[in-house]
Design a binder for this molecule. Structure first.
Ligand SMILES: [Zn+2]
Length: 306
């Protein structure tokens, strides 16, 4: 998950900082955190819109959806949250994965305290996961990786994190750039290693590094792949097999693009995630699935004759 597929040159450093915090490999830490909390209702929040049209990118929703299905397979209730304009993209993905989860539409650039309180009260949310969710810096400004102020297009989702905190809820954040909700946990590393981390270049002059802190951050080459690793580890930890396969990845990404999602690197409706072709991400899914099956049958490499 920390292979630098998008060639950004930072994932190794961010992974190192997050791993130091977690004290163990990140997919292991996140899956163990979920299992030990034994949650009844997990809320998964995603949403990052990209230039030039400011519509939802292909990184985030697939990971959130795969995590949602993995949790549903384990009998956990799941709600999803995304900007209101992007709800249909998640709906298209739910159909491909053949699951039903309520989606909470999040209005952009308004105070979400009341909505957050209501969501926690109505659903009984006891664990919160952010996936590639645009996060604000110290000045309350949301940025893309180029340092552009994208505040007015995004939900102020930190309100959900704050509500979760008040209720003693575990908060996990899965991301790849450091400008996502929860990544304040490794803010020093983001400021040090990510271009624009400390100085965005926009008039706010605050840097793109997010300030809100999750309990655990999972950094990955793309957020989707981080979610797949956590989902696969979660299934393995519970003794089951992981449902996700390479062909389903292709179907899922295609459905999200048909519903309007675009690739963050090219800004176009292409079968890519952060510029990485879907054939590559599908092969990583296959690799993860193979490793999890193999690990069960040959835990000590017995039988190796090579
Ligand atoms: Zn700025």
């Amino acid at each position: 998950m920390s292979v630098d597929l998008a060639f950004r040159g930072v994932i190794g450093k961010l992974y190192e900082a997050a791993r130091l915090h977690a004290g163990k490999p990140l997919s292991e830490a996140a899956s163990e955190a979920i299992v030990s909390r034994d949650p009844e209702h997990v809320m998964i929040v995603t949403g990052f819109k990209v230039l030039p049209t400011m519509v939802q990118e292909t990184d985030g929703p697939p990971g959130a959806l795969v995590l949602a299905k993995t949790l549903r397979c384990l009998g956990v209730d799941v709600s999803l949250g995304i900007e209101e304009e992007s709800v249909s993209i998640l709906e298209a993905g739910l159909e491909v994965l053949n699951i039903k989860c309520p989606i909470i539409p999040l209005p952009s650039n308004v105070d979400l305290s009341a909505l957050s309180r209501r969501a926690f009260e109505e659903k009984g949310i006891d664990l919160l996961i952010f996936v590639e969710k645009a996060g604000s810096n110290n000045n309350g400004v949301y940025h893309n990786m180029l340092g552009v102020d994208v505040t007015r297009y995004h939900a102020r989702a930190e309100a959900l994190l704050n509500e979760g905190r008040l209720r003693g809820c575990c908060v996990i954040s899965i991301g790849d750039g450091g400008n996502e909700v929860g990544f304040g946990l490794i803010k020093d590393a983001v400021e040090r290693h990510v271009s624009k981390g400390k100085d965005c270049g926009c008039p706010c002059r605050g840097g793109i590094a997010a300030c809100s802190k999750a309990d655990l951050v999972v950094t990955s080459s793309t957020s989707n792949i981080g979610c797949y690793a956590v989902s696969c580890a979660l299934s393995a930890l519970k003794g089951g097999s992981w449902f996700y396969r390479g062909d389903l990845e292709v179907k899922l990404i295609r459905a999200l693009i048909e519903a309007g999602a675009i690739d963050a690197m090219t800004g176009r409706e292409e079968m890519m995630v952060d510029g990485v072709p879907v054939e590559v991400t599908a092969s990583i899914v296959e690799l993860m699935n193979y490793m999890s099956v193999k690990a069960k049958s040959a835990p000590n490499n017995q039988g190796y004759r090579g």
